[in-house]
Design a protein around this ligand. Structure first.
Ligand code: S3P
Length: 177
């Protein structure tokens, strides 16, 4: 398989940690879109949002996705909002398998609350109810993935193995059709 493996899903579901481990295990290169944007701009995500606004961040994200779409054999961990942009979704889908990394709202809330400062879209005093609502709103964008994996009750290692099994199943099915 030379397609990219693209992890999409809400903040705090574990895309980056899983992507890193998955790439290492499969011997593929790993790109975390947020980290890459930070490298390219020389600014942290919160700084980018604060000084230049979300619009600038989204345009950096779009430029990066356009470049990543030309490469293969990489695991890409997307930011939670990357696939909200139809053009990004289309590019990523063209030569990638999209995996929706999901988790229970309670777990997401617990994880993002600790690192709220790193996520400019999450305001002070964030509640579980707000996280729940945001996740519901984002759902239609993630549902277009090839498959979904829930990270709430499994270790990173188990999730990675599950993804590898699913990918093998899929390539086997493709080979048969
Ligand atoms: C965002 C998610 C963040 C980051 C930015 C916006 C979003 O990435 O791209 O703060 O719109 O959901 P993570 O999903 O890695 O936290």
């Amino acid at each position: 398989m030379d397609k990219n493996i693209v992890l999409i899903g809400f903040m705090g579901t574990g895309k980056s940690a899983i992507g890193q481990r998955l790439a290492r295990k499969l011997g593929l290169s790993f790109v975390d879109t947020d980290r890459e944007i930070e490298e390219l701009t020389g600014k942290s995500i919160p700084m980018l949002f604060k000084n230049y606004g979300e619009k600038r961040f989204r345009s950096e994200e779009k430029l990066l996705v356009a470049r990543l779409g030309k490469r293969r054999n990489q695991v890409i961990a997307c930011g939670g909002g990357t696939v909200l942009e139809p053009e990004n979704r289309e590019i990523l889908q063209r030569n990638g398998v999209l995996i929706w990394v999901d988790a229970e709202p309670e777990d997401v809330f617990r994880r993002v609350r600790r690192k709220r400062q790193k996520r400019p879209l999450l305001k002070k005093g964030l509640t579980l109810e707000q996280v729940h609502r945001m996740m519901e709103k984002r759902k239609p964008y993630y549902e277009g993935a090839d498959f979904r994996i829930n990270t709430s009750r499994s270790s990173i290692e188990d999730v990675v193995n599950l993804i590898i099994n699913k990918l093998e199943e899929r390539s086997h099915e493709d080979g048969q059709s």
